[in-house]
Design a protein around this ligand. Structure first.
Ligand code: ZN
Length: 410
C-alpha cells in the first residue's frame, strides 16, 4: 500500500470511529423521557426524570463540541502531515533516535493535555457544578493536574522510555519483552494502588468501630471471606457521586468505601453493596479481569510489532523516513475499530459479571437492600433509566438499572 492510500485509510478509520460514537450518543439522547416505573415510584418523580434528561443533554452537547474539536484537529494533523513535521523538527536538535521519540511523545502529550484542559475545567466547574455534583475547588482541581503530571512523568515516562528503548534496541523482540514488563507492572499497581497511588489524591481512614463495621465483618465471615481492611475515602472532596471498590488481591485486598456512600445509605444497604463487591471476588471476576487485560495488552503489542518497522506509516503521517513514534501514533488510530470490538466484548463480560455479583449478594445476603441502594445511587447521579439498547451494547460496563432491579426483586 502506498503512503498516500494509507493516509486516506487512517482518515477513513478516524471518521468512522467518530461517526459511530456520535451516532450512538445521538440515538441515546433522543430517547423520550419515560414514565416513572412502579419500582422507582418512591424514588423518582417525572420532574426528576426531566432533570436527568437535561443533564444528559448537556453532557451530550458538551461531548459533541469537544469531540468535534479534537476530531477536526486530528484530521488536520493527518491531512497536512503535521505529526511528521513535528517529528522532523525535533530531529533537528535532538540527535539520538531514542530521545527524539521521547521528546516527540512529551510534546504530543503536553499539547493535547493543554488543549483538553479548558474542556475538563468546563465539565467540572460548569456542568457538574450546575447539577450539584461538583465538590472540588479550583485549587484541588489544579493540584490534581500537577500531581497527575508528576506521576505521568515518573511512571508513564519511565515505562515509555523503556518501551522505546526496547523498540530501538531489540527490534522485533520488543513486544513480548515489554508484554512481560507491562503485565508485572499492572499486577504490582493493582496490589499497591490503595497504599501508593490513592493516598496522593485522597485521605484514607480505617472504618471506625460501630454497627456498620460489625455488620460488615459479620457478613464477611458468613461467606468465609476474611476482610480486615475496610477504608473510608474522602470522595466528597471532589464529587457528590458515591462509589465502593476493591483493590489488590490475596492478603493485600482492601475495600474502599466513599464517605459519600456512607452518608446516604443505611448499614443494611451498605452491607448489600459490599456483598456485591465480595461477589466479584468469589466469582473470580477480579482475576479474570486481570487476565483479560494482560491478554489485551499482549494482542496490542503483537499487532504493533507487525507494523512498527514499516516505513509507509511514517511517510503517510508526513515523516521523511522511518520513525517509531509516527508509527505508534498511526497504529493507535488504525487500531480504533479493533479496540471498539474488544471494548464491546469487555463491556459484555463486565455486564455479565455485574449480574453474577448481584446474584451472589442476593443469595448470601439479600436482594432488596441492594436494589434500594442502586435506586438511591442511580437517582442521585441522574442516570438515564431508559438508555438506547445499542448504546448500552457498546458503552455500558454495568447493566441498566431496571434490568438489575428486575433480577434483584424477582
Ligand atoms: Zn460490580
Amino acid at each position: 500500500m502506498s503512503a498516500e492510500s494509507l493516509k486516506h485509510l487512517v482518515i477513513g478509520v478516524v471518521v468512522f470511529g467518530f461517526l459511530v460514537e456520535k451516532i450512538l450518543s445521538y440515538l441515546n439522547v433522543k430517547r423520550p423521557v419515560p414514565q416513572v416505573p412502579d419500582t422507582l415510584i418512591e424514588y423518582l418523580t417525572f420532574q426528576k426524570l426531566n432533570e436527568s434528561k437535561a443533564y444528559q443533554l448537556e453532557n451530550y452537547r458538551f461531548g459533541l463540541y469537544s469531540g468535534i474539536f479534537s476530531f477536526v484537529l486530528t484530521i488536520l494533523f493527518i491531512w497536512n502531515g503535521w505529526f511528521g513535521m513535528i517529528d522532523s523538527w525535533i530531529g533537528t536538535f535532538v540527535p539520538s533516535p531514542l530521545f527524539q521519540s521521547v521528546v516527540f511523545f512529551a510534546v504530543i502529550f503536553i499539547g493535547s493535555d493543554l488543549l483538553s484542559l479548558p474542556f475538563d475545567y468546563y465539565g467540572t466547574f460548569v456542568i457538574e457544578e450546575k447539577y450539584g455534583f461538583n465538590k472540588t475547588t479550583v485549587r484541588t482541581f489544579f493540584g490534581d493536574k500537577i500531581k497527575g503530571y508528576v506521576l505521568s512523568i515518573l511512571v508513564g515516562g519511565g515505562l515509555l522510555v523503556l518501551f522505546l528503548w526496547l523498540i530501538h534496541q531489540m527490534g522485533a523482540h520488543f513486544w513480548w519483552i515489554f508484554w512481560i514488563i507491562a503485565s508485572v507492572f499492572m499486577v504490582v499497581v493493582n496490589l499497591f494502588y490503595t497504599a501508593w497511588i490513592l493516598p496522593l489524591f485522597n485521605k484514607l481512614t480505617p472504618l471506625e468501630e460501630g454497627e456498620l463495621k460489625h455488620r460488615i465483618i459479620h457478613y464477611a465471615r458468613s461467606v468465609n471471606f476474611p476482610l480486615d481492611n475496610i477504608l473510608v475515602m474522602d470522595g466528597s472532596k471532589r464529587s457528590a457521586k458515591a462509589n465502593a471498590f476493591f483493590s489488590g488481591f490475596g492478603k493485600r485486598k482492601k475495600v474502599v468505601l466513599y464517605d459519600t456512600l456512607l452518608d446516604q445509605h443505611p448499614p443494611e444497604e451498605l452491607v448489600a453493596v459490599l456483598a456485591h463487591e465480595v461477589g466479584h471476588y468469589k466469582k473470580k471476576h477480579i482475576v479474570l479481569g486481570m487476565i483479560t487485560s494482560v491478554l489485551q495488552v499482549g494482542l496490542l503489542l503483537f499487532l504493533l510489532s507487525q507494523f512498527i518497522f514499516s516505513e509507509t506509516m511514517s511517510l503517510a503521517l508526513g515523516g521523511e523516513e522511518w520513525s517509531a513514534q509516527l508509527n505508534i501514533i498511526g497504529f493507535t488510530m488504525l487500531f480504533t475499530p479493533i479496540s471498539m470490538v474488544i471494548g464491546i466484548g469487555m463491556n459484555w463480560l463486565s455486564r455479565k459479571h455485574e449480574f453474577e455479583a448481584d446474584e451472589f449478594a442476593k443469595e448470601t445476603f439479600a436482594g432488596k437492600p441492594l436494589a434500594e441502594a442502586l435506586k438511591t445511587l442511580s437517582v442521585k447521579t441522574l442516570s438515564t433509566i431508559n438508555p438506547h439498547p445499542w448504546y448500552v451494547f457498546v458503552n455500558y460496563s454495568h447493566p441498566p438499572l431496571l434490568e438489575r432491579l428486575a433480577r434483584l426483586e424477582s
